[in-house]
Design a protein around this ligand. Structure first.
Ligand SMILES: O=P(O)(O)OC[C@H]1O[C@H](O)[C@H](O)[C@@H](O)[C@@H]1O
Length: 543
């Protein structure tokens, strides 16, 4: 991939100029002045309807942002991405999570795709056998519980999908143990019957402290509760480090390989999805992969002005680098997606939280957007106040599904009414006149009204993107997640950073190990005075 500093492009300079006038865009007026605005700024792909028109852009802005993508050679970068070039240059690896969801082996990465298919088939054979009772617990009973032991990409994706796919799950109950906190593991062990539980240890490296600590504790507990011989039937592993998994005591046939060309935070399509596949069945898991493939095709083949991930990424660049927005919100209007923001936090912030460009130089512009969110309508009763009336610009993506899973029209209509009302209200705000009107016949005095009105005026003009999808299914969920993956990729290309390493996380691991050695010998004098005092306090109170 070419190393192009985005700020040195002509398009960037033009965007800087354009911003001087564009920043006074008033959305309400823009809609009044252009009856076709919604149509002109809406993108569709099958069941996805993505309305960008309530954003602080015009067709001209969009054109200039597309020029930026072209100058940054996004097209070549997409070819390198799907073509298996080692775009994760600092780790000398290709980035091929897209190879996990295609059956088309007529591709420059046919070898990777064939390996992915073989590994998926092994996973599906196991999933089907557990689901139909061919593979059983050591006592011959059907497994009724699965515990996924993993962290980061080996946890957040599977949890998010499991929660999202509740309407598709079978009678297996899943639990997730991720945090190294002993209390987390204890709380899960309290709820399960080891005799009918399958434990899935998920660790790409099989070297992550939290996962190995939890796995060891659970295995010891299991040996005591059941018997040591039964470990072979009750513990399986997903890893790219087969040897370490074997050394841990997992039978080789129960190790499901993953590949070094799939990054942890993009691995939910691989055998990392084992627990989820067990719970929704292989057919639904295949639907999830198929949906992602639909988005891959859309991303590869659509012109940039009609390309959903590209346009979403360009909006992020526009707000982040020109409006200087600090964060963006993702608000799914369904409880099923309550873990989507947490999942996206890793995918987005671990990928693009970088301050060094591809030449190894410190960037001179903002990268990596902060992302956060919670489901609507709950979040309306929590942090929406700040989006409506705070001082910060928080562009928000609103996601909803036209069709609900259960026939509760009263609920669904109310949910959707809120969904539409919020983006409209964020855009329109409330003028002084409108606020005054609300007090008509209120019985309040003029001075009481005048005192209140300034607090009840909303500036409006708050940007939102509406993503309206037909229905939450394995297919549409896969498509949605892939949409964000390609958005992340596009941002990384334009920011000229490496999106697929995470050296900052490694540093945290090393430092924790050093302090652990101190804690194990009750040492509290090797650090700064704050850390030394905190260690002392911990020793004295942990009794
Ligand atoms: O799957 P593992 O090798 O155990 O890694 C788990 C996690 O470790 C680190 O936190 C990485 O930054 C994550 O990207 C990864 O998902």
């Amino acid at each position: 991939m070419k190393n192009i500093n985005p700020t040195s492009t002509t398009a960037w300079q033009e965007l800087l100029d354009h911003y001087k006038t564009a920043k006074s865009l008033n959305l309400k007026e823009a809609f009044q002045n252009n009856k076709n605005r919604a149509e002109e700024l809406t993108l569709t792909d099958g069941d996805f309807h993505v309305d960008l028109s309530k954003n602080l852009i015009t067709k001209e802005t969009q054109g200039k942002l597309v020029d930026l993508a072209n100058e940054c050679r996004l097209s070549d970068a997409i070819d390198s991405y799907f073509g298996g070039e080692k775009i994760n240059a600092t780790e000398n690896r290709a980035v091929l999570h897209t190879a996990l969801r295609t059956n088309n082996t007529d591709s420059p990465v046919a070898g990777n795709i064939s390996a992915a298919i073989a590994s998926k088939e092994k996973m599906f054979a196991f999933v089907d056998a557990v689901n139909n009772g061919t593979i059983t617990a050591a006592n011959g009973q059907k497994f009724n519980t699965v515990v996924n032991i993993g962290i980061g990409g080996s946890d957040l994706g599977p949890v998010m999908i499991y929660e999202a796919m509740q309407a598709y799950k079978n009678d297996l109950t899943l639990h997730f143990v991720s945090n190294v906190e002993g209390d987390h593991v204890e709380e899960v062990l309290k709820k399960i019957n080891p005799e009918t539980t399958l434990f899935v240890i998920v660790s790409k490296s099989f070297g992550t402290q939290e996962t190995l600590t939890n796995s060891t504790t659970i295995r010891n507990w299991f040996k005591e509760k059941v018997n040591p011989e039964a470990v072979a039937q009750h513990f399986i592993a997903v890893s790219s480090n087969i040897q370490r998994a074997v050394d841990f005591g997992i039978q080789e046939e129960n190790i499901f390989p993953m590949f070094d060309w799939v990054g942890g935070r993009f691995s939910l399509w691989s055998t990392v999805g084992m627990s989820v596949a067990l719970s929704i069945g292989s057919k639904n898991f295949q639907g999830f992969l198929d949906g992602a493939q639909e988005m891959d095709t859309h991303f590869k083949n659509s012109s940039f002005d009609k390309n959903i991930p590209v346009q979403l990424a360009l909006l992020t660049i526009w707000y982040n680098n020109f409006y200087k927005a600090q964060s963006e919100a993702v608000i799914p209007y369904t409880q099923y997606l309550h873990r989507l923001p947490a999942y996206l936090q890793q995918a987005i912030m671990e990928s693009n939280g970088k301050s060094v460009d591809r030449n190894g130089d410190r960037v001179t512009y903002e990268t990596g957007n902060v992302v956060w969110g919670e489901p609507g309508t709950n979040s309306q009763h929590a942090f929406f106040q700040l989006i409506h009336q705070g001082t910060k610009l928080i562009p928000a993506q609103f996601i909803a599904f036209a069709k609900a899973k259960y026939n509760q029209p009263d609920h669904h209509n109310k949910l959707m009414a809120n969904f539409f009302a919020q983006t409209e209200a964020l855009m329109n705000g409330k003028t002084k006149e409108e606020a005054l009107k609300d007090h008509k016949d209120s019985g309040k005095t003029v001075s009481e009204i005048e005192h209140l009105v300034p607090f009840q005026v909303f500036e409006g003009n708050k940007p939102t993107t509406t993503i309206l999808i037909d229905e939450l299914t394995p297919q549409s969920l896969g498509k949605l997640v892939a949409m964000y993956e390609h958005k992340i990729f596009t941002e990384g290309v334009i920011w000229n950073i490496y999106s697929y390493d995470q050296w900052g996380v490694q540093l945290g691991k090393v430092l924790a190990d050093a302090i652990l050695t101190d804690i194990e010998s009750s040492k509290s004098d090797g650090h700064d005075s704050s850390t030394n005092a905190l260690l002392k306090r911990f020793y004295s109170r942990n009794k």
